[in-house]
Ligand binder design. Sequence first.
Ligand code: SAH
Ligand code: DHB
Ligand code: MG
Length: 210
Amino acid sequence: MSDDVGAYLAGLFGREDDVLLALREEADRTGLPPISISPDMGRLLQVLLTAIGARRVLEVGTLGGYSGIWIARALPPIGGRLLTLELDPAHADFAARYFVRAGVAERVEIRVGRALELLPALDGERFDAIFLDADKEPLPTYLEWGLRLVRPGGLIIADNALWGGRVLDDRNDDDATRAVREFNRRFAGDPRLLGIVVPTHDGVAIGVVR
Ligand code: SAH
Ligand code: DHB
Ligand code: MG
């Protein structure tokens, strides 16, 4: 997408309120990595979650809570629930403060730890959607968890499906790039879901669980 098109769409669909603006300002000032989703991708998440009537969402990779606020705001105030997993306690503390400021703290639970160690405790639970946005090396395993935890008709969504373009060139054979490539391959061909990668932001993988 050209920069002009991106700016046009972000101006229309990526409007942020004071809480989201304050979050990004404090994140930049205090050195949180600048890898939150973009505002228009937040809007895309809201469209998708609203379309399926999502009530329970699982996020892997909280960071400062930016995507979590977009997600939580698309859930019903009563009965809506976002569970978000984060490795770094400092990120989780930052996010927790902003979930309060955004007025969604009642709807959001943060669990701190390595996702691969936290996910088994969720076995048997059912989510309407999972948003994968943490480390890339375990992406194929995260996909298996998504297929296990998300109900039929629910969504598996992943950020960074293009991984800054690194997936395009086979000479990039670091673990993260290989994992994103393998994730995309499965996302395209796994009969248990119907998936697509939309080339917005850094590539958003969107799949409906069959
Ligand atoms: N979804 C966030 C951005 C997430 S950035 C947003 O758009 O606002 C990726 C986050 O995943 C970082 O906070 C990082 O600490 C966390 N992370 C990395 N490896 C992880 C792991 N193995 N388990 C859980 N979280 C992890
Ligand atoms: C990076 C970017 C992301 O959006 C993410 O979820 C994880 C890592 C990165 O550029 O390193
Ligand atoms: Mg990401």
